[in-house]
Ligand binder design. Structure first.
Ligand code: GDP
Ligand code: IMO
Ligand code: MG
Length: 422
């Protein structure tokens, strides 16, 4: 059996949570492979809305095993909050959730370091989610991290050493860290996590594949936030791309099957960093208002702009996307016309390969304008109902991106999803 991967092709918040939930009935196992509580994955069904941060979005369907893989960084306090909320809503979490022994732990001092690093950068700050993601992955790569498996043996000593090292770093940055209360909660949350099934998830997943079970990997963030291929340094600290599923779960590259690449019919970004097609006018505001483009984790306003096909082609290439999923086209339902960036003009020359730098001052987007469909599509059930202009828009995107769009999402609810015939 192969492993399918679903991941974001833009700057995150494409709607990954919603689609993972919709696709989960096709799978036996759903697994997160990177990121941490910087993610906010929203699901809506039966009139209720849920936001998941570290727990995979397969958790609301019935019976699938959900795994938090080794590539994830986990904050015990936030995990406990998320898990207890799910338990209150009636989910028997201990039956369906397993956590890798190799996940790295986000310490209270990692969060303080995240804030101190941002403060030190001043105007050049990344605009992180403040969840300690960068410092935790830094410790992982510099071989100083603490893993969940470490809690099973002689943990107090290992924890104190890491904490004291962080305190010295914070003091050298001029900070006077205070975290007694948070530390007490954190240590309690460690005991809570230990009541879950903590496993060697690489063995579990590979065994499941051998037994003929199907696995869906759920990405967090998006390709343009990838540590290697995103708009560095305004990125997150993990590999958000398909390759990240291999290293973040222990799945070999030749086991990857379908790669679902998910994108919005326009584009958004939260935090700092370049965004060539960003709109600063009424249209940008209209997209934000209709699309409710405010961060699921931080509540921050998301920056909005037109779809960027140069960046999307790049993301499709890096990830080996086999199927595209288009989200939130309903947000454009009332627009007279829609723009799509098909190339960049750099020093007077048109380019279509995503360049090393996308700083706004050196890039001018080249747009194609397409007619809007001016139809409320939110109650449609099949692609036969699509207005002609919308079908044309899809055809245009498929030609530009050389990849089929197999799913179209026309609203936040589970039901507002149209699976296209191949
Ligand atoms: P994720 O991080 O990729 O899972 O995406 P988020 O949950 O952060 O952001 C996507 C937002 O769009 C959420 O509020 C979803 O409820 C909402 N959403 C998802 N799909 C659609 C859609 O097709 N139309 C509309 N209008 N909203 C959607
Ligand atoms: P989901 O999974 C959108 C952004 C932050 C910041 C940068 C680095 O919900 O799509 P970090 O806290 O990771 O060090 O912040 O990355 N960012 C996201 N933006 N969606 C996300 O996750 C994000 N996770 C991080 O805003 O610009
Ligand atoms: Mg999100």
């Amino acid at each position: 059996m192969k492993v399918d991967v679903l991941l974001g092709l833009q700057w995150g918040d494409e709607g990954k949570g919603k689609v993972v939930d919709v696709l989960t009935p096709r799978y036996d196992v759903v697994a997160r492979f990177q990121g941490g509580p910087n993610a906010g994955h929203t699901l809506e069904f039966e009139g209720k809305k849920y936001v998941l941060r570290s727990i995979p979005s397969g958790i609301f369907q019935h019976g699938q095993i959900n795994i938090i893989g080794n590539g994830v960084v986990l904050d015990p306090v936030l995990f406990q909050e998320e898990a207890e909320a799910l338990e209150r809503s009636g989910i028997d979490l201990r039956k369906v959730l397993k956590i890798s022994k190799k996940v790295h732990l986000i310490l209270p001092t990692h969060r303080l370091l995240d804030a101190a690093n941002e403060k030190a950068k001043g105007g050049a700050k990344i605009g992180t989610t403040g969840k300690g993601i960068g410092p935790t992955y830094t410790d992982k790569i510099s071989r100083n991290g603490l893993r969940l498996g470490d809690t099973l043996h002689n943990f107090e000593t290992k924890y104190s050493a890491a904490r004291d090292r962080h305190v010295a770093m914070l003091q050298s940055m001029g900070e006077t860290p205070e975290f007694n209360e948070l530390e007490a909660r954190w240590l309690k949350a460690i005991e809570y996590i230990k009541t879950f099934d903590i496993i060697d998830s690489e063995h579990y997943i590979n065994r499941a594949l051998k037994e003929g079970k199907s696995v869906l990997c759920e990405g967090a963030q998006g390709t343009l936030l990838d540590i290697d291929f995103g708009s560095y340094p305004f990125v997150t600290s993990s590999n958000t791309i398909t390759a990240g599923a291999c290293s973040g779960l222990g799945v070999a590259p030749n086991k990857i099957g379908e790669v679902f690449g998910i994108f919005k019919a326009y584009c958004t970004r939260v935090g700092s960093g370049p965004f060539p097609t960003e709109l600063f006018d009424e249209t940008g505001k209209k997209i934000r208002d209709i699309g409710h483009e405010y961060g699921a984790v931080t509540g921050r306003e998301r920056r909005c702009g037109w779809i960027d096909l140069v960046a999307l082609r790049y993301a499709i290439m890096i990830n080996g996307v086999t199927q595209l999923i288009m989200m939130k086209s309903d947000v454009l339902d009332s627009f007279d016309s829609i723009k799509a960036c098909v190339a960049y003009k750099v020093s007077g020359e048109e380019i279509t390969d995503f360049p090393y730098s996308i700083e706004e001052e050196c890039i001018e987007p080249v747009y194609v304008t397409l007619p809007g469909w001016k139809t409320d599509m939110t109650r449609m059930k099949t692609e036969e109902e699509f207005p002609a202009q919308f079908s044309e828009y899809i055809k245009f995107l498929e030609e530009q991106l050389q990849t089929p769009i197999t799913i179209v999402s026309i609203g936040p609810d589970r039901e507002q999803t149209i699976i296209r015939k191949k």
